[in-house]
Design a protein around this ligand. Sequence first.
Ligand code: GLA
Length: 392
Amino acid sequence: MTIIDLKKRFVEIYGGSTEDLRVFSAAGRVNLIGEHIDYCGGKVFPAALNLRTAVVARKTGKNEIRLAATTIADRVTLDINRLNDYRDLKWGDYQAGVAFVMQQDGYNIVGCDLLYDTDVPFGSGLSSSASIEVATAMTLATFSAEAGGKGVDLVRLAVLGQRSENTYNGVNCGIMDQFASSLGKKDNAILLNCKTLEYDYVPLELGDYALVIANCNKPRSLQEGKYNERRAETEQALEALKTVLPGITCLADITPEQFEKAGKTVLSGKVYDRAKHVVEECARVLESADALQKGDLKTFGEYLNQSHYSLRDLYEVTGAYLDALSQREREFPGCIGARMTGAGFGGCTVALVEKSKVDEFIKYVDEKYYDDMGVRALFYTTSVENGAQELK
Ligand code: GLA
């Protein structure tokens, strides 16, 4: 929806005029490479997208936060003095979680009416939840500052978004999504060290190539359980590896050479495979960022492929739909790399495709994927944009 339409909708729901309305926005993201390593202290390489969550907001001075959305009928009222009580909401639990952890962190949470509008497809691996969390945090932090409390610090907002998802919504996610949603920069990817939160922007100069994001359109199921299970497996691997590599604090501290020697001495089976993926994926991110900076897109694309194979064979988070979709993408002449992006088990792929062949690519992949799986993929026209902001 356009900003004007959103404001009109807000007034239909909450009354008043459009004059005193504010609009905040946070981004969905695509992760170029570095999958399932953020919670192991690795470096990841995401970029913020033009697919976003917008929040139209008005301060009310009451002791409540009211929530509505453009696409669902649910209306929710959160009592600011009981923010811990909304964990079981079907919709609104992400917003409640953010408000709660911010309050715990010393922000001055003030009463407001909020209307959410998101075009980040839900459950797509493009961080719809992080965009809701960060847009909420941006809104509440701005209002907190205006009431004399703590204000906007984009890194802090990302950390609080992650904390709320971990502690309020029961998903043990890493920091990548909230960080990209908050700190994304137009036409740049973020090389983020998830151990230290140090980061660099890397210009996304793709020359004759374009990124194409496609949704395999398989509804995700049991995703959260599997995600937490993978995370637990990496923690188990870390504890075992510490006994032979005493200096390490996270799996990302281990080089592939060290792992080659140490891995088999203390790990076996699935836990070995999971750790091997993490160690090698960490190395691939650095190689990929380097290749991109040198303008060597073919090598960058090859790393995307390798990342997918590792997520398929070692980490086991791809599934038949993402495998089929990315395979069809890869076999198209003019596509130099394709992989799943995000948590996996469904959701999206990202492919690097010759610009002049993008339409042909989409047509080809669409048909072949439908033949393979009997569902239609969705293709998004995306651009890389800034992260969290107030729209003036
Ligand atoms: C989800 C999580 C992230 C990250 C990815 C996998 O998007 O929210 O923290 O772990 O999965 O890379």
